[in-house]
Write a protein that binds this ligand. Structure first.
Ligand SMILES: NC(=O)c1ccc[n+]([C@@H]2O[C@H](COP(=O)([O-])OP(=O)(O)OC[C@H]3O[C@@H](n4cnc5c(N)ncnc54)[C@H](O)[C@@H]3O)[C@@H](O)[C@H]2O)c1
Ligand SMILES: [Zn+2]
Length: 361
């Protein structure tokens, strides 16, 4: 079993990564011993892993709440159901909330833990690749409003994160690939050696070989933990993790959240951002081709649909949360593994990068 520490003074915690760790007693659950715990999961993941997780919590008084599955249920109503359940089980400030599922369950449960009695401990047990490498670490919690994704939320760090890579065996292929987009993202902006490693090990990763998966997930978490430790509230460097995301959010909004998984939109968005970096002369031409080759191996889409209007994309990007004082702040790359926060792209350059991403078939 590997461990990664997220160093945040009195909010520091450990991420445990291993295979087959669910079902056994584990230090991640030490705080639950002798107390009350509420497991929050969904109707897809609970039948697969809830019983096993409860086996790790034999010394606790365990309750569970199973929500409907999907981004469509990342709502105030689901948050409210978790709070109702906490009240029903007479949860106190010593109660532990455990999230078992993908990023939707982690974000929702995390926010319920942040808000119940002004904050109780929670433990993330992420079961999707995206949640294991990205969403479960860093303390961003919340839910969606009809007017925007993640509009309501809080920073609330978990007390521990437990990643059992065995759970990836049941993850659908499309969801697995979507998680890989966030892995490529972190390598592309921060870790050139990791990007090379991903290229060399792409086939083993797609075959879900346990050794390759463990190394990949651990390296992703180490990178994310470093960034979070440096910039917990995204005042600076944490924004690098938004590489490809401004374009992705525009695409998700315009094409509808149903058409693309978040990671798929991020893959396309990273291609646009890479082309923009080349157009701006910030990085050598060829980077976008290199990134595209890796994303294609990971079965991810690369191209923006032709039917989308460039002006509509630009308009939608202005509404993105990442816009500061009227200028479009974008994450670009200067070379493989080196991202920068940049506001100097003009509209014509952005439009050219979008068009270049529409023409390739
Ligand atoms: N907090 C953060 O820092 C952060 C970062 C990135 C994304 N997010 C959020 O995460 C969410 C996306 O996360 P996601 O991609 O995990 O989506 P998700 O939670 O909807 O999970 C994807 C699908 O996989 C299923 N699933 C999960 N684990 C499974 C398993 N082991 N076997 C079979 N099926 C399984 C889920 O039930 C769901 O149907 C978004 O809401 C996004 O805003 C948060
Ligand atoms: Zn993302």
């Amino acid at each position: 079993m590997q461990t990664v520490n997220v160093n945040l003074a009195d909010r520091s915690y450990t991420v445990y990564v291993g295979s087959g760790i669910l079902g056994k007693a584990h230090p991640a659950f030490d705080k639950c011993s002798g107390g009350t715990a509420l497991i929050v999961s969904n109707e897809t993941v609970a039948p697969l892993y809830l019983e096993s997780l409860a086996g790790s919590l034999e010394k606790a008084d365990v309750h569970s709440l199973i929500l409907a599955d999907g981004e469509a249920y990342k709502t105030a109503e689901s948050w409210s159901r978790i709070i109702d359940k906490l009240i029903e089980i007479r949860a106190t400030r010593d109660t532990n909330l455990i999230t078992l599922g993908g990023g939707v369950i982690g974000d929702l449960g995390g926010f319920a833990a942040a808000s119940y009695m002004r904050g109780i401990n929670f433990i993330q047990v992420p079961t999707s690749l995206l949640a294991q490498v990205d969403a479960s670490v860093g303390g961003k919690t919340g839910f969606n409003h009809p007017q925007g994704k993640n509009l309501i939320g809080a920073f609330h760090q978990p007390g521990a994160v437990l990643v059992d890579i065995e759970t990836l065996k049941t993850l659908p292929a499309r969801e697995f690939s979507a998680g890989l987009a966030e892995v490529v993202k972190i390598a592309a902006v921060r870790d050139e050696e990791f990007l090379q490693w991903l290229e060399i090990n792409a086939d083993a990763i797609m075959a879900r070989e346990p050794t390759a998966l463990t190394s990949m997930i651990e390296r992703s978490i180490v990178n994310k933990a470093d960034i979070v430790a440096e910039d917990e509230r995204e005042a600076g460097i944490r924004a690098l993790l938004n590489f490809g995301h401004s374009f992705a959010h525009a695409l998700e909004t315009l094409a509808g959240y149903r058409l693309y998984l978040h990671g798929e939109a991020v893959a396309i968005g990273m291609m646009v951002a890479s082309r923009l970096s080349e157009i701006r002369g910030l990085c050598e031409s060829g980077f976008s081709t290199r990134l595209g080759t890796l994303l294609r191996t990971f079965d991810l889409p690369l191209d923006l649909p032709r039917k989308l209007d460039v002006d509509d994309i630009l308009d939608t990007m202005k509404l993105d949360k990442k816009v500061i004082a009227g200028s479009t702040r974008l994450i670009l790359v200067t070379s493989a593994g080196h991202g920068i926060i940049d506001s100097r792209s003009d509209k014509l350059q952005i439009a050219a990068a979008i068009k270049a991403s529409q023409t390739i078939t």
